[in-house]
Design a protein around this ligand. Structure first.
Ligand SMILES: [Zn+2]
Length: 123
């Protein structure tokens, strides 16, 4: 897989859309099988990869990336082995309404062995 092969896609959010350059891997995550790509499953997009955004409130497409608003950066376990490390929003440059949301997850087992001895007994 070529990680430098970015394609420009329209990514749907609840309050509009973002035109961004994404990798094939991100496109697969964003494709929920309904013929559109969605912002939420991708995770956080880099500001330099976002080219335009459309705001439903302004009914206007802007030739600039949306503002990134960090909502929370607490570590929160959401499932076995899955930790929510960051949550935020993409906001309209003009009216500040939410274009879409993002969540960044981390698998817990990546750091689980650090400082932990392996259990020696099993029930
Ligand atoms: Zn707006």
């Amino acid at each position: 897989m070529n990680y430098f092969d970015l394609t420009e896609e329209k990514l749907q959010g609840s309050g509009g859309y973002i035109i961004a350059e994404i990798t094939d891997e991100q496109a697969k995550k964003a494709d929920l099988g309904v013929g559109k790509l969605f912002l939420a499953p991708i995770g956080k997009l880099e500001e330099q990869n976002m080219k335009k955004h459309f705001c439903k409130i302004c009914e206007e497409e802007f030739d600039s990336p949306p503002k990134i608003h960090l909502e929370e950066s607490n570590r929160e376990e959401v499932a076995d082995n899955l930790v929510l490390v960051e949550r935020g929003q993409y906001n309209c440059q003009k009216c500040n309404s939410t274009i879409g949301e993002y969540r960044v997850f981390q698998k817990q087992d990546e750091s689980q062995d650090v400082g932990n001895a392996k259990p020696t007994n099993s029930p």
